[in-house]
Design a protein around this ligand. Structure first.
Ligand SMILES: [Zn+2]
Length: 364
């Protein structure tokens, strides 16, 4: 029996006609976010590499080119530094140069303006590029917590405690000049068909374990981890070793040619960033703990970092636990997977979105 159900085509409203703000956002969402923002006093922003994408800086994982044949563990770990400090210094010299050539983008300035308007604003940043500071966020040190350090702070690689803050000299020494780094790394060829992985399986396994522990089995979804995700592995008692199949790549640079610690005169200097297998800076973590214990949090804004991995996932939940409403600003929907129904999700370039949604003057 034929049914009498109508086969008529449903006339759906074209998506294109849906009203959006100039940067393509839902005006209802923007308006409700701004209303909440204007009423918020304690605001926590959790920041990842996506904030600096518009400044042209690649994320750690996306750095390839000259470094694609290097296991990231060998260029960003204490073991890697002991093995070949020259190679590690060459890698960080390239990152310092890229950051020096880049400049803050409108997203950085929008956050700085918000910090000025809201004394209770705190940024928890995973970025080591110094762009937030260059945009002006370091005027009030309580408002910026660097979770992974800063490329432009140099520290004693031993234990003398010497730190050289905001050292923008480039190159730091002759062997770290652009020409020398390129010649040296290009020369370190790996035989065809023997290209090592970019990061070891052991490391990825450790990251997955840690994220499962933080998020719980149910919430955990497999996602490509970044080098930064691996930073606090030791806190969970993971043992991290240089993979056995480590490629035999050496810079050939003598220790005497690298930046020396003037504090003790015995050790090398190293970039003051958090490496694989190292804990996040204790003083910073104490501040962050206090932040979530003191009083309620009104608003958490997660910018340019995945919601599925540490530390964004953990901090976001902590803020939620203190009563915060949550907003996500990300290029990819995948990175907002853990967003709840009541959250705001703004997809797109942070450099376009943040100036729009954080514009307090535009508040009606
Ligand atoms: Zn020293």
């Amino acid at each position: 029996m034929p049914t009498h159900q109508s086969r008529q085509r449903q006339c759906k409203p074209a998506k294109m006609s849906q009203q959006t703000t100039p940067s393509g956002l839902d005006p209802v969402q923007v308006s409700s976010f701004r209303t909440h923002l204007s009423q918020s006093t304690r605001i926590v922003t959790i920041i990842g590499a996506g904030l600096s994408a518009s400044s042209g800086l690649p994320t750690f994982r996306d750095i390839n080119g000259l470094w694609c044949n290097h296991d990231v563990f060998l260029i960003a770990s204490p073991a890697g530094f002991r093995r070949d400090p020259g190679l590690v210094w060459q890698f960080y010299s390239e990152r310092r140069r890229a950051a020096l050539r880049a400049g803050p983008n409108p997203a950085h300035y929008a956050l700085v303006n918000l910090a000025k308007a809201k004394p209770g604003f705190v940024a928890l940043s995973q970025n080591v590029d110094g762009l937030l500071q260059r945009a002006g966020l370091d005027e009030n040190p309580k408002q910026l917590k660097l979770l992974h350090g800063n490329l432009f702070d140099l520290a004693c690689a031993g234990n003398c405690g010497y730190v050289d803050y905001d050292n923008f000299v480039d190159p730091l020494c002759e062997v770290l000049s652009e020409g020398r780094v390129r010649a040296s790394v290009m020369g370190a060829d790996v035989a065809e068909g023997e290209k090592p992985p970019k990061a070891s399986a052991l490391l990825f396994e450790g990251i997955a374990k840690k994220n499962k522990k933080i998020l719980g089995e149910e919430k955990f979804a497999e996602a490509a981890p970044t080098a930064r995700d691996a930073a606090p592995l030791t806190e969970l008692g993971q043992e991290v070793r240089v993979p056995e199949a480590a490629p035999e790549l050496y810079s050939g640079i003598e220790k005497a040619e690298l930046p020396q610690c003037p504090g003790c005169g015995e050790n090398l200097l190293r970039p003051r960033v958090v490496w694989f297998g190292e804990a996040l800076p204790e003083d910073v973590m104490e501040d962050v703990d206090a932040l979530f214990k003191e009083e309620k949090v009104d608003l958490a804004i997660v910018v340019g970092t995945s919601s599925q991995v540490w530390p964004a996932a953990g901090f976001c939940e902590e803020a939620r636990g203190r009563g915060a409403k949550v907003a996500w600003v990300n290029m990819s929907e995948k990175d907002c997977k853990n967003a709840k129904k009541e959250d705001w999700v703004f997809l797109g370039d942070a450099a376009v979105i943040l100036p729009e949604i954080l514009n307090l003057e535009g508040q009606e």
